[in-house]
Design a binder for this molecule. Structure first.
Ligand SMILES: [Zn+2]
Length: 252
């Protein structure tokens, strides 16, 4: 459903206020609480794979090899508490040409937290990543950040901006976080992607550092084998924005 249709579908009346608040806070393509990058339709045959909740010592290395095999770049949204344990792995992610962003230190639901707690989460994750000798990738001078669960409210985005971050959401999700979902179903969900879409997958899990992500990795292989022969390039989120020429829209 397009953003406009979704907003219209919420309808009028007493339920509308609550509905709109939910819509802006939860739907990844909603822009009413401030601009986030969710897709770039002007980027022609380019797609972004994004991976949340790592680094994962059991699965991220396999994923890096698979991406290399297909000459694909991706964007990783790192959890600080895992980054602290895997400095070498996140250096490797960057060395292979991928983009990295902040996904908080402990993965809280941000709208439920105070501005001060959000600042602390952002800072602690950044310190863990910088201790490994790498820095978050930027768009128009703002560091990439993905709110856990895609959830945000006006205050969340204000704190992000104040701390020099740009929120990155997505337009396609594989729903690979659903425990009983099959690789086939995750793949089918992702095959809805077209020019300029940003796909959400996971290489990690916020509650377990080496969580089994083979279904997400197999899905990645299916997507690369499907889209690469059609002439699609897999690029990082900053590369997607650059190709679309919309960088100035996101300048601080
Ligand atoms: Zn997450």
């Amino acid at each position: 459903m397009s953003g406009r249709k979704a907003a219209a579908a919420i309808g009028a009346g007493v339920a509308a206020a609550a509905g709109v608040a939910f819509y802006g806070a939860q739907i990844p393509t909603a822009q009413i609480y401030g601009r986030t990058v969710c897709r770039e339709p002007g980027a022609s045959k380019r797609l972004c794979l994004t991976y949340d909740d790592g680094p994962n010592p059991a699965w991220t290395p396999t994923l890096l090899d698979l991406l290399d095999e297909h000459d694909a770049k991706a964007t990783f949204f790192l959890i600080g508490k895992w980054s602290e344990r895997e400095p070498e792995l996140i250096r490797e992610v960057v060395a292979r040409g991928h983009a990295i962003g902040n996904h908080t230190f402990t993965h809280p639901t941000m709208p439920a937290k105070s501005d001060e707690r959000i600042r602390e989460e952002l800072d602690a994750c950044r310190e863990a990543v910088e201790a490994a000798g790498v820095t978050f990738t930027e768009i128009a001078g703002r560091k990439l950040m993905r709110p856990p669960y895609g959830r945000r409210r006006p205050g969340t985005l204000r704190v992000l901006k104040e701390k020099g971050y740009l929120g990155i959401t997505w337009s396609i999700t594989g729903y690979d976080w659903r425990e009983s979902i099959t690789t086939e179903k995750i793949t089918r969900n992702c095959l809805k992607a077209g020019e300029g879409d940003i796909i959400l997958l996971h290489d990690g899990f916020d509650r377990e550092p080496a969580y089994d992500r083979h279904k997400s990795i197999e899905t990645t292989r299916n997507l690369l084998e499907h889209y690469r022969p059609q002439g699609f390039d897999f690029v990082t989120v900053p590369q997607l924005v650059e190709a679309a020429g919309t960088g100035s829209r996101y300048a601080a």
